[in-house]
Design a protein around this ligand. Structure first.
Ligand code: PLP
Length: 260
């Protein structure tokens, strides 16, 4: 039977990030994709031009009807926007006993738009991170969760992974793309071992949606029954080719190529 994955995230009208990136990635990885939209963003390659959160009722209904009927082998969370949405999503994932949960702690778009309210970070730490099978923060997100000012080396990334692990996630992937380094280094910590996933840095500005795409690929691989380390390894290859064939569309920062 075809594996099924649900993404609970924001819509990117420009098609590069959020729900759209997740669904395209699920399709590419041969997984049946479903969605619950938490917020609509009016977005293009020039940035986020509007954010329209959906009602708690609409979010709950989407998750409820999908999980009570179709079910999901894995669930990914992306842009959750508010404390109330985080609390709702956390409760529903518990109620439905979802086993594979990938939490991408989306906070700020590359252009600077806020995709998570400041006061929601505590709710993320308290409710959602402890339920996660895998969390996938980039360096600014890891800093915001831990209250650190900077992560500027792989040693500091390992320390951050350990501290994030202590918040309750079963596995932590700290993404080092923001590190000023010739290579793009992501570190997976499972509570025992630090595994490095390294590729040469690709010189392109068309990287919109990389975080969403990477986490969606992990979610798809978990849905198919792969282990976390296999899922991260496949997702790293997938995102590397997606970035290497980034699309120069629009007037600004184009998206990664989900079909590369
Ligand atoms: N828009 C939405 C709805 C997202 O979920 C994300 C994900 O992080 C972004 C935009 C950010 O995209 P980027 O920072 O890659 O431009």
């Amino acid at each position: 039977m075809k594996a099924k994955a649900l993404t609970i995230a924001g819509s990117d009208s420009g098609g590069g990030a959020g729900i759209q990136a997740d669904i395209k990635t699920f399709q590419e990885r041969d997984v049946f994709g479903m969605s619950a939209i938490t917020a609509i963003t009016a977005q293009n390659t020039l940035g986020v031009h509007g954010v329209y959160p959906q009602t708690l009722e609409a979010i709950e209904k989407q998750i409820d009807v999908v999980l009570s009927d179709i079910g999901a082998d894995s669930v990914k969370t992306g842009m959750l926007f508010s404390k109330e949405i985080i609390e709702l999503v956390s409760r529903l994932l518990k109620d439905y006993k979802v086993e594979n949960i990938v939490v991408d702690p989306v906070m700020i778009a590359k252009g600077g738009a806020k995709l998570l309210q400041d006061e929601a970070i505590e709710a993320l730490k308290k409710h959602l991170l402890p339920q996660a099978t895998v969390i996938t923060p980039n360096l600014p997100e890891a800093c915001a969760i831990l209250g650190w000012s900077d992560i500027n080396s792989t040693e500091a990334m390992e320390e951050a992974a350990l501290e994030l692990y202590k918040l309750g996630a079963k596995n932590v992937v700290v993404k080092g793309g923001h590190l000023n380094h010739e290579q793009s280094i992501d570190i997976l910590f499972d509570g025992k071992t630090y595994s490095y996933y390294t590729n040469n840095r690709i010189n392109t500005k068309h990287t919109h949606g990389t975080g969403c795409t990477f986490a969606a690929a992990i979610t798809a691989e978990l849905a198919k029954g792969n282990s976390v380390s296999e899922a991260v390894s496949t997702a790293k290859s997938f995102i590397t080719s997606a970035i290497s064939e980034g699309l120069a569309i629009g007037k600004g920062i184009g998206p990664t190529n989900h079909g590369a």
